[in-house]
Design a protein around this ligand. Structure first.
Ligand SMILES: NC(=O)c1ccc[n+]([C@@H]2O[C@H](COP(=O)([O-])OP(=O)(O)OC[C@H]3O[C@@H](n4cnc5c(N)ncnc54)[C@H](O)[C@@H]3O)[C@@H](O)[C@H]2O)c1
Length: 327
């Protein structure tokens, strides 16, 4: 393989951003890692924990440094848009946490910048594509194992309400559970079925947060008809008394996939009765830095990204459409 010059990268925000850092550290293609966190203490902690980390005191040190070719963004949701635009405008490739922005106007601006800067790569951390379980399901769908898929139920059961009521999420103006969580399942839907929304009915309520937070729908349920006529029920359930889990049913003309907390299997028809098959791959927590390797290789060798730019933008448009229809 042709030898390439090593990359200098910067990470903004060091919560889940620490997992990005671990991903970059594992790569032999990375030279220097710069970090910036608006919480100085956090940044110092990370510098002390890992070797050869360069601390920045101001985010502009990242934008203005021509040696930094990649910016990895893991700040709070409301800062992503501005940080993406500044990075792209300064000719840096971008890996950004979901959601990449909060509204259509911002998304259009990002899309137009990407059109202008065709050489720059950008992707987002919709990490469920790296789950071995979902890879198995994706392959089964592709092989026609389930027959024609006609109905899916996808539940993003967040189960960590405290992160909303006691953390930064609850302070974000109009925090969106669709952009904050549902987007992972919308991304899977696009990946599994090349899904495009046609009609959407959406309902929201705030029973779980109404005593602590103003104006946040902690439960959003969407009924979606895809252009293929497939029907999808998507639930973004942030207040549930249920462990953090992606509950899923996929119904096809030949078989059904069920993934719930206590049951996971594939059901196929056998004569007039059914037979249940176990899945090969366990459902395990994903590593939040798992997409970094593919992203770096995408930048260096111009390779295809696991979450292509188009899918990243389509997932955002899909989620914003759901948000616009909440009643
Ligand atoms: N892909 C996933 O599965 C996944 C999982 C968790 C969080 N996230 C996303 O990651 C982002 C961060 O969430 P988190 O859970 O790590 O939060 P966190 O509170 O654990 O960490 C965020 C860190 O970013 C810093 N920060 C915030 N805004 C900043 C800014 N403008 N400039 C510099 N530093 C800033 C904070 O000081 C904090 O240290 C969010 O957008 C969230 O949606 C994604």
């Amino acid at each position: 393989m042709e030898r390439k010059e090593k990359l200098e990268v910067a990470i903004v925000g060091l919560g889940v951003g620490e997992q990005h850092l671990i991903g970059f550290k594992k790569s032999s293609f990375i030279k220097n890692i710069y970090v910036f966190d608006k919480n100085k203490q956090k940044a110092i902690e990370i510098k002390n924990k890992y070797k050869n980390i360069i601390l920045c005191n101001d985010i502009n040190e990242i934008y203005k440094n021509p040696k930094i070719k990649v910016v990895s963004i893991a700040s709070y949701d409301q800062y992503h848009y501005e940080q993406i635009c500044n990075s792209l405008e300064n000719d840096k490739h971008v890996f950004c946490e979901k959601p990449i922005c909060q509204n259509e106007k911002q998304l259009q601006k990002i899309e137009s910048l990407l059109k202008k800067k065709k050489k720059l790569k950008m992707t987002t951390n919709t990490i469920l594509r790296t789950s071995k379980r979902f890879m198995e399901i994706k392959n089964k769908i592709k092989e026609g194992f389930f027959g024609d898929i006609y109905y899916l139920e996808m539940d993003y059961n967040y189960g960590r309400l405290k992160k909303i009521t006691n953390g930064w999420r609850g302070k974000v103006k109009n925090y969106s559970v669709v952009l904050g969580g549902g987007i992972h399942l919308i991304d899977l839907l696009i990946w599994f079925l090349n899904a495009k929304p046609k009609k959407i009915s959406v309902f929201g309520n705030n029973f779980c947060t109404r005593n602590s937070i103003n104006n946040l729908n902690d439960q959003v349920t969407a009924l979606i008809q895809l252009t293929s006529k497939v029907i999808v029920k998507l639930s973004c359930n942030f207040g549930c008394v249920y462990p953090h889990f992606h509950r899923m049913m996929i119904y096809g003309t030949r078989g059904t996939f069920e993934q719930s907390f206590n049951n996971e299997m594939v059901i196929l028809k056998k004569g007039e009765s059914h037979r249940a098959l176990k899945l090969k791959e366990k459902y395990q927590k994903t590593n939040k830095g798992a997409l970094i390797k593919n992203f770096i290789e995408g930048v260096i060798y111009d390779r295809a990204l696991i979450v292509p730019q188009k899918d990243m933008l389509d997932a955002m448009k899909f989620c914003l459409k759901i948000n616009n229809n909440i009643i």
